[in-house]
Design a protein around this ligand. Structure first.
Ligand code: NAD
Length: 338
């Protein structure tokens, strides 16, 4: 049986999740929604059945010569599950429709945690999502923090985690006026919300985060310091991180000197220069006394894509290992580590 998946909201995350679903042998995209008849809607209609996210605007699509197959509710009637990739806080509004129609749904990290029964990361709490109706895939920053911390905490005894998050101001496609020549502590009063969000998946981690917005669009960067509660060598840490396909180690010695170089590599390596993995700089892994230091880069547009695929399978009761291996294989995760 192939699961029929609807995508509500075909933007940065929605288009990537749709393409990733199209690569799976156990699920298919039954349709996607758009709100405006722009070039993105035209391109979406060339790949997938296109539906209107809202009741108004049908004549605008018609005028633009974009064929549509109906409204959101028509699409939901054909689907087993909907992945909501609408803008921040819109998912909570859409949930009322999903509840009324009795359809299962996955939400994204821009929604509050109470939009769903659980917040999800495939490595950290896959089994808790099994057979649920509403699941929230945590944000790009939280996904990256959770993956890294989970991998360390399942292999070593760790204590407090302190992380500084350097956030890209917007995605590359955004052309609204942005932060041009400044670095903004966000928030200025500590802590940032990311620590609280990590705890929605890993409740027992002692974590405090600070965050800054920077005038860049390529990637986020995280600088972490993690207390080690047992004797661990740098090599032990490298070995443990190397073992996890969703963590990619790159080296300054290979020319990976900045996020610009990582994205240049990704342009050669993957469609849309998508990096689904946490990208950890090998040389940044260092131990001083009881403190482990790690710096990682996070491709915000792509990192949550495999988690969405795994969340779909978890909701339908598929085993964790099977799902993660299938997702990794189809998206070529872990294929090429530097
Ligand atoms: P986006 O703005 O690129 O895409 C959102 C899409 O939803 C647009 O195509 C928009 O037209 C459409 N839309 C607007 N109103 C709608 C409605 N009522 N119903 C259905 N669709 C509607 O946004 P995005 O960056 O893809 O973010 C989507 C979600 O994913 C948010 O919760 C966000 O926080 C989360 N997220 C974003 C990133 C990122 O870096 N972009 C990373 C991880 C998670």
């Amino acid at each position: 049986m192939r699961l029929k998946v609807a995508i509500n909201g075909y933007g940065t995350i929605g288009k990537r999740v749709a393409d990733a679903i199209a690569l799976q042998d156990d699920m298919e995209v039954v349709g996607v929604t758009k709100t405006k008849p722009d070039f993105e809607a035209k391109m979406a209609s060339m790949k997938f059945d296109l539906y209107l996210a809202k009741k108004d605007g049908a004549e605008l699509f018609e005028k633009a010569g974009i064929e549509t197959c109906g409204f959101l509710e028509d699409l939901l009637g054909k689907a087993d599950i909907v992945v909501d990739c609408s803008p921040d806080k819109v998912g909570a509004e859409n949930k009322k429709i999903y509840e009324r129609l009795g359809i299962k749904a996955i939400f994204q990290g821009g929604e509050k945690k109470d939009v769903a029964e659980i917040s999800f990361n495939a490595l950290a709490n896959y089994d808790q999502a099994k057979n649920r109706r509403f699941v929230r895939v945590v944000s790009c920053n939280t996904t990256a923090l959770t993956r890294l911390i989970y991998q360390l905490k399942t292999n070593f005894k760790i204590g407090r985690v302190r992380a500084t998050i350097l956030r890209r101001i917007s995605d590359p496609k955004e052309d609204k006026k942005g932060l041009m020549n400044a670095i903004m502590p966000d928030p200025i009063a500590l802590p940032s919300h990311h620590a609280k969000d990590v705890k929605t998946v890993l409740p027992d981690v002692d974590i405090v985060t600070t965050a800054f917005k920077l005038p860049t669009t390529l990637m986020h960067v995280h600088s972490l310091s993690i207390e080690l509660k047992e004797k661990v060598s740098r090599e032990d840490v490298v070995t443990v991180l190397e073992k996890e396909p969703r963590i990619m180690l790159v080296s300054e010695a290979d020319g990976f000197t900045s996020t610009a170089k990582i994205i240049e590599f990704a342009r050669e390596f993957r469609a849309r220069n998508d990096l689904f993995e946490n990208v950890v700089w090998l040389e940044s892994i260092a131990i001083d006394g009881n403190d482990l230091f790690v710096t990682q880069a996070v491709h915000q547009e792509a990192i949550v894509v495999p988690e969405n695929i795994d969340a779909i399978r978890a909701i339908f009761g598929v085993e964790k290992k099977l799902s993660i291996e299938k997702t990794n294989r189809s998206l070529r995760i872990g294929e090429k580590n530097f």
